[in-house]
Ligand binder design. Structure first.
Ligand code: TLP
Length: 374
């Protein structure tokens, strides 16, 4: 579709802009919360954004977004980065030296889905610990810290993930994060928080992100996931940390020049979206409850705490890929995450009716497969 957003001073028709946002007709895309389309308001703000060269620090919209992010997290400074992966990598690079180890949860994004960048680029080894439902305790972390012996590689950083995506969007109690940070600092270690979905965690806990993250030395959060912006993530921390991070962002190719056009959408996402995340969480709960009633599919709905629903299909007579392919034909898009594991993620472009459709299609497909196998 080709369209004009704004011509000169003439504003685009808001209804037309809303229409452009519409997800693919007839499709319930639950593969991820990364798939959302920018709202009409975001598109308008993008078209009208004041911009400058951000590598010179001269983009007023980026500067505004960074100031707002720092304020919201109660940190000294912030940095706009193109992606969550880059934000995590820059943080790891900033806090470590080549040859260090980074402690992270087995299922964490930095361990599984960042192309081993912490090793390939930052020169670090992931040292994994397994937490119940993806939530680590200090004891589990302490057990994998390297002793201070010259012939051992040294632990430099602990990387927590809140919510823990591949554990099913599970949420850290804030006291747990505080406890881990206190012990880590006493042991001379830094804590980076992959808070790609920290606002989902905040919605679950009914808390604000600043007290939830006060012990973390650095936080990365995504504007382009549950918050619904088309592009971008933020890093927050001390001024000194952000100064170094800015240098590594440029080194990794992330200096973005007139980035105000995307920061403008990010600002709207940051101000407006956190307040609606409970809707996605209620929809996820509904999906989990419906899935638990489908013979052949397994999930404990009590464990679904945010917008991510991961279920097991090993008793459905089909692999996760087969199941995703089968529902896809009916306009329901899901993501396989292991041989018999399927993920559904709710977001602002899927409403309750979409979730009900997904459940009906899942039921139909699984029932059919079971009949065929019987
Ligand atoms: N997660 C994506 C996939 O890469 C798995 C998704 O669909 O959930 N941290 C966490 C916890 C993430 O879930 C993701 C993306 C990232 C970092 C990376 O963000 P981007 O995609 O912006 O680089």
């Amino acid at each position: 579709m080709s369209y004009t957003v704004a011509k000169g001073n003439q504003r685009a028709d808001p209804d037309e802009l809303e229409e452009m946002r519409m997800p693919l007709e007839g499709v319930v895309d639950l593969r991820s919360d990364t798939v959302t389309r920018p709202t009409g308001e975001m598109r308008r703000a993008m078209a009208e954004a004041e911009v400058g060269d951000d590598v010179y620090g001269e983009d007023p919209t980026v500067n505004h977004l960074e100031k707002r992010a720092a304020e919201l997290f109660g940190k000294e400074a912030a940095l706009f980065v193109p992606t969550g992966c880059m934000g995590n990598l820059i943080s790891i690079k900033t806090w470590t030296h080549h040859g260090n180890e980074v402690i992270c949860e087995e299922r964490s994004h930095v361990n599984l889905y960042e192309l081993a960048s912490m090793s390939a680029i930052a020169g670090c080894m992931p040292r994994v610990a397994r937490g119940e439902d993806g939530i680590l305790t200090w004891k589990e972390i302490e057990a994998v810290i390297r002793p201070k012996i010259y012939y051992d590689s040294q632990t430099a950083l602990i990387c927590l993930e809140n919510t823990n995506n591949m554990a099913g969007g599970t949420v850290y109690p804030t006291e747990r994060v505080d406890e881990i940070c206190e012990h880590a600092h006493a042991a001379g270690l830094k804590v980076h928080l992959d808070g790609a979905r920290i606002f989902n965690a905040a919605a679950t806990l009914g808390e604000n992100v600043a007290p939830m993250t006060k012990g973390a030395d650095s936080v990365m959060f995504c504007l382009s996931k549950g918050l619904g912006a088309p592009v971008g993530s933020m890093m927050v921390g001390t001024k000194a940390f952000i100064e170094k991070a800015r240098m590594y962002r440029k080194m990794f190719g992330g200096g973005m020049r007139q980035a105000g056009v995307i920061a403008a959408a990010g600002l709207i996402a940051l101000e407006k979206s956190p307040g609606r995340l409970h809707i996605d969480h209620e929809n996820a709960k509904r999906l989990a409850e419906g899935i638990a009633e489908i013979p052949g599919l397994r999930i404990d709905p009590k464990k679904v705490r945010s917008n991510i629903v991961i279920f097991d299909c090993s008793r459905a007579g089909m692999t996760a890929v087969e199941l995703c392919d089968a529902v896809h034909v009916h306009g329901v898009w899901a993501q396989d995450t292991a041989l018999y594991s399927v993920r559904l993620v709710t977001h602002c472009d899927v409403d309750r009716a979409g979730c009900e459709k997904a459940l009906a299609v899942l039921k139909e497909v699984v029932t059919k497969a079971q009949k065929a196998g019987a």
